[in-house]
Design a protein around this ligand. Structure first.
Ligand SMILES: [Zn+2]
Length: 78
């Protein structure tokens, strides 16, 4: 998605859409791709407003639209 792996030989790096490097230089591209994947997963965890009480909470993804309190109140239906 937003991260690119570039390099050659024993020098690989991960940059974001703005060209900013994340992490260190990697000696092989598999490690660099693994790191890019982790960064993308971390980006998916962001703050949403709860559908029920509109409080801000850390969402785990598109399926997660209610805060933990409301999810408990709904009896785990969501
Ligand atoms: Zn809520």
């Amino acid at each position: 998605m937003g991260y690119q792996v570039s390099g050659s030989g024993f020098s690989w790096r991960v940059t974001d859409a703005a060209g900013v490097q994340h992490g260190q230089y990697y000696r092989n591209n598999a490690d660099a791709f693994e790191f890019a994947k982790r960064l993308e997963q971390a980006d998916k965890v962001h703050t949403r407003s709860c559908l029920c009480c509109t409080v801000d909470f850390k969402s785990e993804g598109a399926h997660n639209r209610m805060c933990s309190k409301c999810r408990q109140l709904s009896g785990g239906m969501m």
